[in-house]
Design a protein around this ligand. Structure first.
Ligand code: NAP
Length: 329
């Protein structure tokens, strides 16, 4: 059977993007064949499209780290043809042909059934970003209740941050979003944030090991000194989650004191290798308690051919909101 896929080719040191015809037999071995109905564009996909070896070692390759679709063949009793499923993370789209093709073949461990209250399209509106936000909020909610105080979300209008603001607000938390200028304030408020602070507030360079206790919890999506500032300004017993490094991989000015004098907890978040049981639990929460209205505001839907322009926009910082891709085949 033939299908269409985005394929990145390496030719003379350059990386060329094409739409090609492929067959199921071209796909890697796996337990389940899935007809991908929707995928989404993530930064890792854009990097895979331009030959970033940290994401994709070997070319030709089909990117797409997220996919939602329908099972067409299955070697496992866990899934049967017709099942609607979601995939995020593991090796999908990195070194295994991903969701930018109309079909994928993957190990059964990577696949979860679509929760009842979430369409395939909605699942991709959340995608890896929403799932990572879900993991962060899940960890924070274990120890921090809405009455404990304010929650800070850094990168508050970014992919992960915006979903975290949505989920926490929906669950009754008083959320402050870290933004970058006035333009993002409106969006943060629409997402449910009660307050916003500009980036500078979360970039303390005083060198103090402990700052004024301000946050009962922090969902950090940027790392670097903003994360260090968050840890140093977390309240007694506060929880800080960390998932990203866009502001740096180091933790300047950090010491053990917030942890041993204030009992602050730092929780690492990994969406890629997250075990299946936890994955299913988070998607269930996303589909029910945490699901909000206006999910599709700020979402742009394109077809396979539209991917190329959006990759350029993403790499040039011109992308506003999230892009999902609907396959026709
Ligand atoms: N651990 C995991 O499993 C996992 C999963 C998904 C993502 N991630 C990581 O999480 C991070 C966020 O991902 P995302 O999808 O939310 O990215 P994104 O959509 O690009 O959002 C990044 C956010 O961070 C802000 N930001 C960028 N540079 C900053 C800086 N120097 N200081 C402070 N804020 C800054 C951006 O603000 P502006 O838009 O105003 O520039 C934006 O709000 C990335 O590092 C990504 O690799 C990790």
């Amino acid at each position: 059977m033939k299908f269409r896929a985005v394929r990145i080719f390496e030719e003379d040191g350059k990386f060329l993007k094409k739409i090609v015809e492929r067959s199921i037999d071209d796909l890697p071995e796996g337990d389940v064949v899935i007809n991908v109905k929707y995928t989404s564009l993530n930064y890792k996909d854009a990097l895979s499209c331009i030959g970033n070896r940290g994401v994709t070692r070997n070319y030709p390759h089909t990117p797409g780290i997220d996919a939602a679709g329908v099972v067409t063949e299955s070697k496992t009793s866990d899934f049967k043809p017709g099942d609607e499923v979601i995939l995020t993370g593991f090796d999908l789209g990195m070194n295994t042909d991903g969701g930018f093709g109309e079909y994928i073949r993957v190990p059964k461990e990577w696949v979860i059934k679509r929760p009842e209250n979430l369409s395939l399209k909605e699942a991709m509106v959340y995608g890896t970003a929403g799932f990572t936000a879900g993991l962060s909020v899940y960890e924070l909610m274990k120890d921090v209740k809405p009455e404990n105080g304010k929650i800070l979300v850094s990168g508050g209008t970014g992919g992960v941050g915006s979903h975290a603001v949505r989920f926490l607000s929906k669950m009754g938390y008083n959320v402050t979003a870290v933004i970058n200028g006035d333009q993002e304030e409106k969006l943060a408020k629409e997402l449910g944030a009660k307050d916003t602070v500009n980036r500078e507030v979360l970039d303390d360079k005083s060198g103090k090991a402990l700052l004024k206790q301000s946050w009962a919890g922090v969902v950090d999506t940027v790392g670097g000194n903003p994360l260090s500032t968050a840890i140093r300004s977390a309240s007694y017993g506060g929880v800080v989650t960390t998932c990203g490094n866009v502001a740096g991989g180091e933790l300047p000015f950090s010491t053990v004191y917030p942890f041993i004098l204030r009992g602050v907890k730092l929780v690492g978040i990994d969406s890629v290798q997250c075990p299946k049981e936890k994955r299913e639990k988070i998607w269930e929460l996303i589909s029910k308690e945490w699901k909000g209205a206006n999910l599709e505001s700020g979402i742009k839907e394109v077809d396979m051919a539209g991917i190329f322009d959006e990759v350029e926009n993403m790499l040039n910082g011109r992308l506003i909101g999230r892009v999902i891709i609907r396959h026709k085949g």
